[in-house]
Design a binder for this molecule. Structure first.
Ligand SMILES: NC(=O)c1ccc[n+]([C@@H]2O[C@H](COP(=O)([O-])OP(=O)(O)OC[C@H]3O[C@@H](n4cnc5c(N)ncnc54)[C@H](OP(=O)(O)O)[C@@H]3O)[C@@H](O)[C@H]2O)c1
Length: 438
């Protein structure tokens, strides 16, 4: 098993490498799976049987139903693949659990993915993460979660390349739709303080080119690369540039507060994007995010799509955002995902280094013996012996949390299932290296 990608110049007779594309049904996944069709064989993973049912009969791409919660199914789905592309996040409403938050869920899914990748013998994994702010400022939960996913993916023997992007614009993208809808629908806007933060967006076509470079250039393997394509600008400037591009007039008035709670509701309402998605993203808007120069970005620079061209390509003749490629199947997808979903809760518990598995088991056992209600009713309630963030379910696995390790105490992630089984089935801790600075 080689740990780096095969070079670009393969013999014409060599079989094209097989790529496992997680998140293939999503915005970036839909663009990337087309882009990779000439040089790679593709296996696309989705939770939803309805996504598969709606695919055209295209022998060139093999769809496989697989929820990343299931380690055995995932290991089976990755068998025979050489490369994995990780495009999964749990912020969408369909990915939300009855109990649990997106950070805990994303950590668990990433850990499952990299375990399965290692077991299946993948030689290279590429993860699309988020741009990080300069310096040591405290990260928003969304960016902290991206960093945590990077760390857990890098905790195994597989070579992992990380691409970090800010807002990705393109036809069907929720960030762009949100911006365009706000400008179309609101001639007057009260702008909270976060509109003064700098952002560095990029077109989805350039993100796909970055993936191609990372896949084919061996010297780039294993690195972390910021991606930014458009001219860096504040969110305020971006609103005005969008209005100019759409031929609209927008009057804006600044308010010197962030107003996250309030603005998340009007952004979701007028932007046409679910609140569940807006809320975590919005907290990241307070950070100044700019791509730092790097070898991959230098290779990408010639031919970058400008903001104006990205806007023109992502709206129809009436200035309406082009629909998400998944729109046709969205309702049946979400129903199918809800029905097929077996995991109800993923929770994290604080734990000390020395005896954490035993401590978890005894705390959990004590708590379980006093409560025996089904998870949905128990959501949000806890026995005093159980730490604040732990709720109902049964533990199957624990993970130390790399972000909190520096504080000499760590957090454990517990994977809870719907039906109670005897406690103490913890599979033991997963050692994750501390999150390194940039
Ligand atoms: N869009 C941006 O502006 C942007 C910017 C920077 C980084 N990123 C990162 O790029 C990645 C892709 O973003 P996107 O905008 O394309 O997201 P998206 O459209 O919301 O797609 C998310 C994908 O995750 C998959 N997924 C969720 N939970 C899953 C599970 N339990 N098992 C298997 N698959 C699961 C979904 O597949 P199914 O529903 O078919 O199962 C879906 O295809 C994300 O990690 C995101 O954080 C995005």
């Amino acid at each position: 098993m080689s740990s780096i990608p095969e070079p670009n110049h393969q013999s014409p007779r060599a079989p094209r490498p097989l790529i496992a594309l997680t998140g293939a049904s999503g915005f970036v996944g839909a663009h990337l799976r087309e882009r990779l069709q000439n040089n790679f064989r593709r296996r696309a993973l989705t939770r939803s049987s309805s996504v598969i049912a709606h695919q055209p009969a295209d022998a060139a791409i093999a769809w496989q139903q697989c929820d990343l919660y299931s380690l055995p199914k995932l290991t089976e789905a990755l068998a025979g693949c050489a490369i994995g592309i990780y495009l999964v996040h749990s912020m969408a409403p369909s990915s939300r659990l009855m109990q649990g938050n997106f950070e805990d869920t994303d950590l668990l899914l990433a850990d499952n993915f990299i375990r399965a990748a290692e077991a299946a013998g993948l030689r290279h994994v590429i993860y699309l993460s988020g741009l990080m702010p300069e310096g040591k400022e405290e990260l928003s939960p969304h960016l902290r979660s991206r960093r945590e996913v990077e760390a857990v993916l890098r905790s195994r023997s597989v070579t992992v390349t990380v691409l970090r992007a800010g807002l990705i614009f393109g036809p069907g993208g929720s960030s762009f739709s949100l911006l365009v809808n706000l400008v179309r629908r609101l001639p007057v806007m009260l702008l909270p303080a976060w509109v003064g933060s700098m952002t560095h967006s990029i077109d989805v076509a350039d993100v796909c080119r970055a993936f191609e470079l990372a896949l084919t250039e061996p010297e780039l393997a294993g690195g972390t690369y910021d991606l930014g394509g458009h001219t860096p600008m504040t969110y305020r400037a971006m609103i005005h540039a969008t209005a100019r591009g759409l031929g609209k007039r927008v009057w804006t008035f600044d308010v010197p507060f962030n107003l996250f709670r309030f603005s998340q509701h009007w952004v979701a309402l007028f932007g046409g994007v679910p609140n569940a998605l807006v809320a975590p993203l919005q907290e990241s808007l307070r950070h100044d995010l700019q791509a730092r120069d790097n070898p991959l970005l230098q290779r990408l620079a010639p031919g970058m799509v400008s903001f104006e061209d990205a806007l023109a390509q992502a709206v129809d003749a009436h200035g309406r955002p082009l629909p998400n490629p998944r729109r046709v199947t969205q309702r049946s997808d979400q129903r199918a995902i809800r029905e097929e979903r077996r995991v109800r809760s993923v929770q994290r518990m604080p734990q000390s280094f020395s005896v954490y598995v035993l401590k978890n088991v005894s705390t959990y056992g004590e708590w379980l013996s006093q409560r025996s209600r089904p998870p949905a009713r128990g959501a949000g309630r806890r026995h005093p012996a159980v730490p604040r963030r732990a709720r109902l379910g049964h533990a199957t696995r624990t993970h130390p949390d790399p972000v909190h390790r520096r504080k000499r105490a760590t957090q454990g992630l517990l994977h809870f299932r719907r039906r109670a089984k005897p406690p103490g089935r913890s599979a033991g801790p997963v050692r994750v290296p501390p999150v390194s600075g940039d």
